[in-house]
Design a protein around this ligand. Sequence first.
Ligand code: FAD
Length: 405
Amino acid sequence: MMQHFDLIIIGGGASGLTAAVTAVSMGVKHVLILERLPRTGKKILATGNGRCNLSHADLSALDYQGSYDVTGILQKFGSVIDFFENLGLYCRTDEQGRLYPYSMTANSVLDALRLHCTDATELCNECVISLNPVEDLWQIGTESGKAFTATHVIFAAGGTVQPKFGTDGSAWKLLENLNIPVIPGRPILCPILSDKKRLQSLKGIRVKGSVTLYHKNQACKTETGEIQFTDQTVSGICVFNLISEIHRNLISEYNLSINLFPELSREELLARLYTCQAVRSETDCENMLSGLMQKALARSVLKSCQIKADLSCSLLSYLSLEQIADTCQDFRFPVLGIFSAQAQASAGGVRGDVLDSHLQLKSYPRLYITGEATDVYAPCGGYQLHWAWASGYVAGKYCAERILS
Ligand SMILES: Cc1cc2nc3c(=O)[nH]c(=O)nc-3n(C[C@H](O)[C@H](O)[C@H](O)COP(=O)(O)OP(=O)(O)OC[C@H]3O[C@@H](n4cnc5c(N)ncnc54)[C@H](O)[C@@H]3O)c2cc1C
């Protein structure tokens, strides 16, 4: 006989565990979490470089994109700080407004959630492969051959990137089989692949600046922050936040413009270059620029200007200084692709108009969608996880109210 539960949660990640904690704490007795990996919350441990950037102090509905209006869910969820304090977890905010657990370790976040859902049954190594409505119940089957029924189901199986954390998008087929409209997943929040030859000499450099994504000659979006160069990518949070603007079938038409001195006007930068030239007149161009930037970067800028790094800087004309200034403020890199293997999230998911204000499917009552499986996405900085907590909380709470009524 199939085991029956009031609520089955597919996926023990950020939104699934939040839904479980919420339902259990409201008094729902029979809750089952089905997780395909050997343990729940594996991805949470990897977030924020192991520190878990769990939300952002200045977060609002305007930070989110996609086809579902998140306003109502964020309001219903309320304060993320209160939510976690009720689980005994304190938070702190860094100077950029990013919220972390006070311990600055993601383990504390997972512990807080898991400590409060011990009354739920957790089955790991159980990959859900079927989900069907049968009369008033949901029937769920797993790869290992187990079968369950439930009155309510929360689909919290995440997005389509990072298979090592259990999320490869295969679970979305369960929804597509029910004819639920799902917008195809696409990786976001990842580095941009660029010209390996040029990047070779810049590998390992980190620089503060701004990056503008161009489509042909049209500026699409500018972000400011730390830019990191690897042997094949231009990376950093500010680069991650540009990915959602890129249409993948037009990828060869994009390029990146890095401004190494966004805080200076062209005249101010020229004045500095002029001063460096005067003060370091005895040295070469590379050393002249090293008062403003790392030498490897200086060599690359000079190469782009077709100026020899070992040329005596006193020989530089004003025109050449202008060329250096312009290159520093518009240092171009082609976009050759996006490094989807390192994507932190995916856009796409269940289309917003088929979900109600509690994330329940209008066409399938008692089936809810949370987290990255909804067509909601946001920039780096704690917004993705905030959506996971908020959506999991609202779905869990509404299920609990229905089950207990
Ligand atoms: C390296 C990394 C760092 C990140 N850092 C941050 C950060 O600092 N701040 C931030 O806001 N966001 C961050 N994110 C994004 C954030 O982690 C996700 O957006 C969030 O976890 C999504 O929550 P979710 O509940 O939708 O899905 P997930 O947390 O991905 O959980 C989905 C779960 O479902 C399980 N599952 C999938 N299919 C099945 C199935 N068929 N049967 C059973 N189980 C299944 C998976 O194994 C997984 O455990 C990061 C992501 C990565 C990869």
